[in-house]
Design a protein around this ligand. Structure first.
Ligand SMILES: *Cc1c(COP(=O)(O)O)cnc(C)c1O
Length: 373
């Protein structure tokens, strides 16, 4: 169906930070499947373990014990701020659906009539009904009503607007520390700290949507670490499987208890193939964090030198806000062998594989300079 406006190229294979089209032409990829291909293409270790796992076992039902999930959960929890548990699914929207359900169930178990969740204008949480209802963007929601009840929208980086929508039924706050689809808009440290304090004071659950910011994208393993937050729940997907679909919901131990056998589930969620891929990605990304920070800072400073608009972001999640619509620029960059993305109308979004090097940044910036001047 015509749900995507597709660019006129099809890629047949990839290596490192490069993709190749049907004529064998090489493209430098600064989108990485929208923050998915964290280790780039045909990563030797990821390829090796996937091939091996495919020969052993692709899938086993969640009716049975699953050591691949246990191993991956441990890797994810080792860098979560506290003791917790993990639920596995297949995408970002699904992880957020699970988060919404867990918030409601947690208060149900406590016998409290709290179910409402505060989310933010310009956010993006996914396309399923719960996630869509959380996504306070008219262009995403238009024509799909009635939406799921129980969301109150506040303005990002405006704490007073949060207080205005707070009610006695409020159960949680769901936030991206850097709005991704919304145009790489960073949460202000002060704003995020106040949100955290509010959650503590009012007994609300703090849910951080780390679907785009998580798994090393911003230079820390989880984006919330930049701001010293202590979330109750986080959601992951995109980069987690390095290209194999997998999502995850992490929750603080006491919160996770609210999901009991039979309360939630997924047929494919956390199957051996996906968990094997994600375990490799997580281990490799942990080693790459200083690299992401260094190359990310380099990318940001090189883009600032261009002097063509505001540069925002952290690590390798970077936005360049231009004066006009950027979809035409994306097309022209593609003709020059550079893959870029344009989001929120005027924001050029750069999300290269986390293995990208300074030399690739130089090449991308050079092409951009030529196109913009
Ligand atoms: C992409 C994204 C989602 C949705 O993930 P899907 O895998 O497309 O369902 C949710 N939240 C954020 C922050 C995202 O960037």
């Amino acid at each position: 169906m015509e749900t995507y406006r597709r660019l006129p190229v099809s890629f047949l294979r990839g290596r490192g930070v490069y993709l190749y089209d049907q004529t064998g032409r090489e493209y430098l990829d600064f989108v990485a499947g929208i923050a998915v291909n964290a280790l780039g293409y045909a990563h030797p270790e990821l390829t090796r373990v996937l091939r091996q796992q495919a020969q052993e076992l692709l899938h086993v039902s969640n009716l049975f014990e699953n050591p691949w999930q246990e191993e991956l959960a441990q890797e994810l929890l080792d860098v979560f701020w506290t003791e917790g548990k993990v639920f596995f699914c297949n995408s970002g929207a699904e992880a957020n659906e699970a988060a919404i359900k867990l918030v409601r169930r947690y208060f149900y178990e406590r016998g409290e009539q709290r179910y409402r969740i505060i989310t933010f204008y310009n956010s993006f949480h996914g396309r399923t009904f719960g996630a869509l209802s959380a996504t306070a963007q008219e262009k995403v929601q238009k024509g799909f009503g009635p939406l799921l009840e129980g969301f109150d929208y506040a303005e990002f980086n405006n704490f007073d607007s949060v207080l205005k929508v707070l009610r006695k039924e409020t159960a949680g706050v769901m936030v991206e520390v850097i709005q991704g689809e919304g145009g790489i808009r960073e949460g202000q440290a002060e704003f995020l700290r106040k949100l955290q304090e509010l959650c503590r004071a009012e007994g609300l659950l703090l849910v951080v949507d780390e679907v785009q910011t998580g798994v090393g994208r911003t230079g820390k393993f989880y984006g919330y670490e930049h701001y010293g937050l202590e979330p109750d729940i986080i959601t992951l997907a995109k980069g987690l499987g390095g290209g194999v679909p997998i999502g995850a919901l992490l929750a603080r131990e006491e919160v996770a208890q609210a999901f009991k056998p039979g309360t939630h589930g997924s047929t494919f969620g956390g199957n051996p193939l996906a968990c094997t891929a994600a375990s490799v990605v997580v281990r490799e990304v942990k080693k790459l964090l200083p690299h992401v920070e260094r190359v990310g800072s380099y990318l940001i400073s090189r883009l600032r030198e261009l002097n063509v608009g505001e540069v925002r972001g952290k690590g390798l999640m970077v936005g360049l806000e231009l004066e006009k619509e950027c979809s035409e620029l994306v097309l022209r960059a593609l003709e020059r062998g550079l893959i870029l993305n344009c989001t929120a109308g005027k924001v050029l979004r750069l999300l290269p594989p986390l293995i990208v090097q300074e030399q690739h940044v130089d090449r991308a910036v050079e092409i951009l300079r030529e196109l913009l001047t």
